[in-house]
Design a protein around this ligand. Sequence first.
Ligand SMILES: CC(C)(COP(=O)(O)OP(=O)(O)OC[C@H]1O[C@@H](n2cnc3c(N)ncnc32)[C@H](O)[C@@H]1OP(=O)(O)O)[C@@H](O)C(=O)NCCC(=O)NCCS
Length: 342
Amino acid sequence: MSFAFGIGIGTQNNKGEWLEVFYQLPVITPDNGLIEVARNVLGYQGGNQAIAVKPEQLKSLADGLRQIGQMEQSTLAAKAADSKRPVVVTLLDTDDTASSTPEVYLKLHLISSRQARPHELKLDGIFGLLPNLAWTNEGAVDLNELPDRQLKARIEGRTLEVKSVDKFPQMTDYVVPKGVRIADTARVRLGAYVGEGTTVMHEGFINFNAGTEGKSMIEGRISAGVMIGEGSDLGGGCSTMGTLSGGGNIIISVGENCLIGANAGIGIPLGDRCKVEAGLYITAGTKVALLDENNELVEVVKARDLASKTDLLFRRNSQTGAVECKSHKTAIELNEELHANN
Ligand SMILES: CC(C)(COP(=O)(O)OP(=O)(O)OC[C@H]1O[C@@H](n2cnc3c(N)ncnc32)[C@H](O)[C@@H]1OP(=O)(O)O)[C@@H](O)C(=O)NCCC(=O)NCCS
């Protein structure tokens, strides 16, 4: 069984290097028949390959795919034969470290189309394969070619709008998953996994390889690698710590039905039904006074000892300044939970 397949329409720079690729119908674990047709028509020999294809090849591909009943892919191949932009067929035998830009784009599409979940795919080394580009109203432009394109547009009486300069494009120019609301589309990168029922408000942000399981109100930032559980809300401007730059190596996640208050932040994973007071940033090393159901001090612990535990409320005592964690559990239950692995 092969790992992934996609017919993509992309952009190349003046040197013929791939800048980006749009896959309308990316597929994870494609049918053997589909791979067989690619083998016959494109001379695909197996392994992970991104094959630049010509219109005649696409027509033959469309015929072959139609014969095996792959009607959607067949229609796509037939339409792509008329493309003014270069077309690539990407065939990945295994989920190995990517070796080309079209491969990386296929993997990012698989996540955003919810065919693969964050952390499921091998994404090491992708930064080196994603060129930093100008994302314009006329598509992706190589930064070295931008001044000429800007001038050309002006001379022709147009303005080339540069919407962003980044390695990742916004997700919605490639994939709009079902059942989501995204107020400011620039704030969700391709490679984000946005669960059905999620609303991302203007302050919300979702990085690649990160996202939400389902119904959520996202008004804060979901860093790369972070996953937010069903029914959890991120308050305005809050932060979930990533692992990419100085955030440590704990992978942050948020359980179900949690609330992270406005301007708060977490550097530990949260279990289900936890709340973090507005404005409080809990880092892994934060010393926390753990209080039982009667507000009695059980123990002072580091926040990392409370990682993934359920039903906790974190707050900064407004009179003493100490960070407190309140639980509905008894002191005995909390002690048992904390020292279970001692
Ligand atoms: C932390 C938080 C969840 C607590 O809310 P709550 O559970 O409803 O608690 P309450 O405000 O009713 O307070 C309960 C008691 O704790 C006290 N208390 C609350 N926060 C406190 C603090 N930081 N320090 C000391 N005491 C505090 C209250 O004064 C109250 O005392 P009382 O029992 O004597 O009346 C809430 O303050 C919060 O920050 N919510 C986040 C909301 C948010 O940001 N949403 C996103 C919007 S974009």
